[in-house]
Design a protein around this ligand. Structure first.
Ligand SMILES: Cc1cc2nc3c(=O)[nH]c(=O)nc-3n(C[C@H](O)[C@H](O)[C@H](O)COP(=O)(O)OP(=O)(O)OC[C@H]3O[C@@H](n4cnc5c(N)ncnc54)[C@H](O)[C@@H]3O)c2cc1C
Length: 456
């Protein structure tokens, strides 16, 4: 990028919110995946107008632009693979309004998910999308990736709570979609189209979301299974029994052992699988649901069932699940967190496949899953400095994806496509769907400057 363009861009935001210092550029060259590429300049706008002015210059000069929030995505979605500008939205971090009378909140894209959660919780409300990364993931990032989380099973993902957006398009135009009403069927649903577009269609600068009342109470149960088949059979049986838990999470033996080694929580290391189940709602309903779930767990041969007596004990049970990623990361310096998703009835088959593929490729893997959604996170641990080992990890990923598709699954349940999954798009979508998607991209971004080199 020419120096005078950099100067023009820096002038839009001011010198304090622009940098091309090499040590800063490195910081914005990677995310939570494994690849890296340096941008040429990083800008931190604080208004929609600034973002629009940046895009006007980028459009005029054909410069690539990669939007970025917390940089916590796991698929290389925010790596500026073609260089150019990183537009980092973390300084647009204001909760603009919480309107409990209309069940809405309006936020800037840099608001951290957990900060919104805390703000609405104080008022007796809940914003359901709760990625495990909620302490760092921004609202813009979660909208751009259509993030989910443990509560997805009962409450759905980001798109289910998204009402409206302000978005700066590639040429600098400002698009407003949706609004503050809970119902809105006016024309094409542009809000949903932009949700999950991974920064390839526009830069989100304002977000309106829907809130729900906070559940009155919750109960947590842990169950240990000698056989993995029984563990995932129990998941299907709970759902078939007509109960939709708020969360229904599974950890395999490798993961449990890693958690135990790191955190010593008293988990059973000899079982093949553990389930963590949380139900929420009114106290009377919860009593009945917990009894029903415990009966199913016994019927499916759970060898041990622990029902948390109070919130503190429930927190201790959930600590095991929340620690899983960290525990696995302690085994080796790098980790690829896969995200394949299958119909719940094929959960065991997919886990067995994952383990078989990783063993065959000489890769250590722990699997935990949002089991109620069929969303598996095989975590392959490795050392990125060992190129040969890294190539084996990529080969294992290449083999996993077709297996998931063959079992009726999908490329990604929640992490998105980015760089990691882009090569698999033709396997998951037919040529008509791909053509329509490319047509949409061409309309929104005719010069292909928005997050180029990614899935579209
Ligand atoms: C430990 C850990 C646990 C995780 N758990 C979950 C989980 O449970 N569920 C889940 O869904 N994900 C999870 N993730 C993945 C990640 O946190 C989510 O994808 C999250 O939504 C990314 O938010 P971010 O602010 O970090 O976005 P970034 O990583 O910065 O960006 C993600 C994508 O969004 C685009 N983008 C960011 N901001 C904007 C904007 N304002 N306008 C347009 N495009 C934008 C970027 O260009 C990029 O394509 C996890 C990650 C980690 C490291």
């Amino acid at each position: 990028m020419r120096d005078e363009i950099k100067k023009e861009l820096a002038k839009i935001v001011g010198p304090d919110r622009a940098t091309d210092a090499p040590e800063h550029l490195v910081t914005y060259s990677f995310d939570a995946y494994t690849e890296e590429h340096l941008p040429e300049i990083v800008l931190f706008p604080v208004t929609t107008e600034e973002v629009s002015a940046i895009m006007k210059v980028a459009y005029r000069e054909d410069v690539p632009v990669t939007p970025r929030g917390g940089g916590s995505n796991l698929a290389g979605e925010s790596i500026p693979i073609r260089g150019g500008i990183v537009v980092c939205l973390t300084k647009m971090d204001k909760i603009l309004a919480i309107d409990t009378g209309s069940l809405t909140a309006t936020v800037q894209p840099g608001v951290v998910n957990l900060d919104l959660q805390k703000a609405v919780e104080k008022l007796g409300f809940m914003y359901p999308p709760d990625p495990a990364s909620w302490a760092v993931a921004t609202m813009g990032g979660t909208v751009a990736t259509n993030a989910g989380g443990p509560r997805t099973l009962k409450y759905g993902v980001t798109k289910d709570y998204l009402l409206g957006l302000t978005v700066v398009l590639a040429n600098g135009d400002v698009l407003k979609t949706g609004g503050r009403t809970l119902k809105n069927v006016t024309g094409y649903n542009l809000t949903t189209l932009l949700c999950g577009s991974e920064g390839t269609l526009g830069i989100i600068t304002e977000i309106i979301v829907r809130l729900v009342p906070r559940p009155l109470a919750s109960r947590t149960v842990r169950a240990d299974f000698v056989k993995l088949e029984d563990c995932s059979d129990a998941v299907s049986a709970i759902l078939a029994g007509g109960i939709i838990p708020a969360s229904l999470e599974l950890m395999d033996q490798f993961t449990v052992r890693a958690v135990e080694k790191s955190f010593n929580l008293g988990l059973p290391v000899d079982v093949e699988g553990i389930l963590l189940i949380q139900v929420d709602g009114g106290p009377e309903t919860l009593e009945r649901e917990v009894k029903q779930i415990e009966a199913v767990l016994k019927e499916k041969h759970a060898v041990n069932i622990v029902s948390a007596a109070d919130a503190a004990e429930a927190d201790r049970l959930w600590l095991a699940r929340r620690s899983a990623g960290t525990a696995l990361m302690r085994i080796k310096p790098n980790i690829v967190t896969e995200d394949v998703t299958v119909p719940v009835s094929n959960l065991t088959a997919m886990i067995r496949k994952v383990v078989e593929i990783c063993e065959r490729n000489g890769i250590s893997v722990g699997v935990f899953a949002h089991a109620g959604d069929g969303n598996l996170h095989p975590c392959m641990v490795f050392d990125r400095r060992d190129e040969e080992e890294y190539q084996r990890v990529l080969k294992a990923c290449d083999e996993l994806v077709p297996e998931a598709l063959a079992l009726g699954g999908t490329l990604s349940g929640e992490h998105g496509i980015g760089l990691a999954k882009a090569p698999f798009m033709p396997l998951a979508m037919d040529s008509v769907a791909l053509r329509v998607m490319h047509g949409i991209k061409d309309y929104f971004d005719p010069k292909g400057i928005l997050n180029p080199g990614k899935f579209v």
